[in-house]
Design a protein around this ligand. Structure first.
Ligand SMILES: Cc1cc2nc3c(=O)[nH]c(=O)nc-3n(C[C@H](O)[C@H](O)[C@H](O)COP(=O)(O)O)c2cc1C
Length: 337
């Protein structure tokens, strides 16, 4: 029998470091001090993101035919059981005395392949952190996306080549990591990218190309100009700049600007299936969820991840049913307020 989510959380409390494993992962108890380097004061971006979704309400509509809910998503020529991508975690060292990133990446890819969602993994400062991921990608092609930090273009290109041959679904560059100071301490040099840089990086890959860290309609239009097949509306969980809007606030204007020209994925404080319904109703094609997957892994390895995915599935299909949506394309702005 699969573990309950309560059991996953109880187990995680025994093994995880720093994180308080709250019943609701909203950045309040930890003050968004996790994962450490990069968390930006003043304010609490993680909490602001979470609050953004809570401020949106669902409109009940049961005046529709009583048919089955179909939550499947088609992305880049592949079918997934839910519109969920996991958020990349470049290093798990904040959560554990030992660096467990290798095992985490591998378990995530295997569990995501099994449950029918997409795994995104960070390229990591330490080269060995991606080794486990690449092995797992080879076993389970087309369900994982490497997310490259904005290092010099030649370095990213070199990595793209190595990763792509293992069978990744797409290639992603995270542009807002340009503001993360801890990379500089490690002797690397991430930095901002122009549209021309991004066009060049797209030319390095044969896979669909995503850009993570979009927070304005203007940036979304630039991403489209660069040829992005998908954008990830994200403020890095509030880690790169204080006083930014929540992702729920900016999603509608970004969707108005680029919906249909590129896939739109949104992250930041999305915790429940009901939040997923809100995100898709407001124009996202899929959601990305990060921190709860780390907790689920500490709480039960691959089984913990499965438990969390099944919880999301039940909540999402239940909420779709109640707002009158029977397939993802039915979700639209008048289902929320
Ligand atoms: C420990 C940790 C490490 C992260 N590392 C990366 C990374 O390497 N690359 C990246 O694009 N985002 C990274 N992020 C940001 C997440 O992918 C995600 O954008 C953010 O946490 C917001 O989602 P959430 O509120 O569901 O956690 C990291 C987040 C955490 C908590």
């Amino acid at each position: 029998m699969i573990m309950t989510y309560q059991e996953v959380l109880e187990n995680a409390r025994k093994t995880i470091l720093n994180c308080k494993v709250c019943p609701e992962c909203n950045g309040l108890a930890c003050g968004n001090t996790l994962p450490g380097p990069g968390s930006k004061a003043p304010g609490n971006g993680a909490y602001e993101n979470w609050k953004g979704w809570k401020a949106i309400r669902l409109n009940v509509d049961t005046f529709v035919p009583d048919t089955e809910v179909d939550a499947r998503m088609d992305l880049f020529g592949h079918r997934f059981s839910l519109p969920v991508l996991t958020g990349p975690i470049g290093s798990m060292t904040q959560y554990s005395r030992e660096d467990v990133t290798v095992g985490f990446n591998a378990a995530m890819i295997r569990a995501c392949a099994e449950t029918g969602i997409v795994d995104c993994f960070g390229d990591g400062i330490v080269e060995k952190t991606v080794a486990g991921a690449l092995e797992a990608v080879a076993e389970h092609p087309d369900c994982a996306i490497p997310v490259f930090n904005p290092l010099p273009n030649a370095k990213i290109c070199e990595k793209i080549e190595r990763f792509e041959s293992s069978g990744t679904l797409a290639t992603c560059v995270v542009v807002d990591s340009a503001g993360l100071s801890h990379w500089r301490f490690k002797g690397e040099s991430p930095g901002s990218k122009t549209v021309e840089d991004l066009k060049f990086l797209k030319s390095c890959t044969k896979k669909p190309f995503l850009i993570k860290g979009i927070m304005t309609a203007k940036a979304a239009l630039k991403a489209v100009e660069a040829g992005a097949d998908g954008i990830i509306v994200s403020n890095h969980g509030g880690r790169v700049l204080p006083d930014v809007p929540s992702t729920a606030e900016v999603l509608p204007e970004i969707a108005r600007a680029v919906k249909g020209q590129t896939k739109i994925i949104v992250d930041g404080g999305i915790r429940h299936g009901s939040d997923m319904v809100k995100a898709l109703a407001l124009g996202a094609d899929a959601v990305m969820i990060c921190r709860p997957f780390a907790v689920a892994w500490f709480g039960g390895d691959a089984e913990g991840i499965r438990t969390y995915v099944e919880k999301l599935r039940e909540e999402f299909t239940g909420a779709m049913y109640m707002v009158g949506a029977r397939k993802l394309a039915d979700l639209c702005p008048d289902m929320v307020r």
